[in-house]
Design a binder for this molecule. Structure first.
Ligand SMILES: *Cc1c(COP(=O)(O)O)cnc(C)c1O
Length: 376
């Protein structure tokens, strides 16, 4: 059996080596390191793949979220509702822009923001909702878009974990995650489903005016060279990263299928085990691209299991061990523990197993056998 890794980027590289190396070589010969032809080509190819009018590449996923919020013209004091159970970047940029983060609880089955909790959190100051498509599954966008419409709120999708996932609204053709709200942000961090070999990110929108605004913001607020109309940032995807992403985008559906297959094998092995809740897919609503394969361990043995896996050299992740509402940087006296019962329980129960495009059957069997034996 090959050594089990949480993410196997080396194995994946072997499959695209020629194309990646050739792209790198071209960029070196052309010295087109910034805004070169690969960046422009990648932008167009991603627009086509997602079926979205505008992709604006940038330096990382955190920047993408920040720039999306700047583009919408959100002002200090505006309240932005997001999930308590997510990576900190989501709430970080809200706070950084001096907007007011409003964290709400999530759905116990999908781990995604709970639309009923969004409704309860709306005040006259609420301006936007940031659903995070956690672990590769889209949030309940039908319900979220309806709430947004009723209360005139922006929807900013944090799509860092679900690129390539489809969302099926009632009576509509499936749309790609990140193309449903007003604007979306994604990350190309190496371990993401579409990852580069450094940092990268992008913003997507179907709104022409917003796309124009954002293209200026990423480039120091310039719409005309050396005319700075708004306060912007410097956030660019470099050409090397774009060359890697072009090679990987061609394979993204294949990669996501490999993840789904691995997830199915895990779930089949755990089927019927009373101590394990395998990931729940929400019926015909969406497809899951398994950025993470996350179990809930029900008998209070999550931490003991984690230690056991560690002793056996099986990698795992605890995403996320502390709810955002209890993080020092984001404490707020309005939060009450009883408003976060789901997140408070999830942080004690979740464990994510190795998930990548190169998992082999004997590795999956070794992982599942070890877990099932331990929980007996
Ligand atoms: C990875 C991630 C980000 C941030 O992306 P970076 O490229 O690391 O800045 C934001 N939100 C979520 C949910 C993520 O998983």
């Amino acid at each position: 059996m090959k050594k089990i890794q949480m993410v196997d980027l080396k194995g994946q590289y072997e499959g695209i080596k020629n194309e990646v190396n050739q792209g790198m070589q071209e960029i070196l010969e052309e010295t087109s390191f910034i805004n070169g032809p690969h960046v422009h080509a990648f932008q167009k190819e991603l627009e086509y793949y997602l079926g979205v009018k505008h992709v604006i590449p940038c330096a990382n996923g955190t920047d993408a979220l920040q720039i999306a919020m700047m583009g919408l013209g959100l002002k200090p004091g505006d309240e932005v509702i997001t999930a308590d159970f997510t990576f900190a970047a989501t709430v970080e940029v809200i706070a950084l822009l001096q907007l007011t983060p409003v964290l709400v609880d999530v759905d116990p089955e999908t781990f995604n923001i709970d639309p009923e909790e969004i409704k309860k959190a709306i005040t006259p100051n609420t301006k936007a909702i940031v659903p995070v498509h956690l672990f590769g599954q889209t949030a309940n966008m039908d319900a979220i878009m309806e709430i947004a419409k009723e209360h005139d709120l922006y929807v900013i999708e944090d799509n860092a974990q679900a690129i390539g996932a489809d969302y099926h609204s009632k009576n509509e053709e499936p749309r790609k995650a990140g193309t449903i709200g007003d604007v979306a942000a994604t990350s190309f961090f190496p371990s993401k489903n579409l990852g580069c070999y450094g940092d990268g990110g992008a913003i997507f929108t179907n709104n022409d005016e917003l796309a124009h605004t954002i293209r200026g913001i990423v480039n120091h607020g310039m719409y005309e060279r050396y005319h700075h109309d708004v306060v912007g940032v410097n956030s660019r995807l470099d050409s090397f990263q774009a060359a890697v992403l072009r090679a990987k985008l061609k394979n993204l559906d294949i990669y996501n299928e490999a993840r789904k297959e691995a997830a199915l094998k895990y779930s089949n092995a755990f089927h019927g085990n009373e101590h394990i809740q395998t990931p729940v897919r929400t019926g015909d609503c969406d497809t899951h691209v398994y950025h993470q394969y996350t179990l809930k361990i029900r008998n209070g043995k999550r931490d003991a299991l984690a230690k056991h896996l560690q002793d056996r050299g099986i990698p795992f992740g605890i995403y996320y061990p502390i709810p955002l509402h209890r993080q020092k940087a984001y404490l707020d006296e309005r939060y009450k523990e009883e408003d976060f019962t789901v997140t408070n329980q999830l942080v004690q129960e979740v464990i994510s197993l190795p998930m990548h495009t190169e998992l082999e059957d004997d590795q999956i069997k070794h992982i599942t056998d070890t877990i099932i034996d331990f929980l007996k």
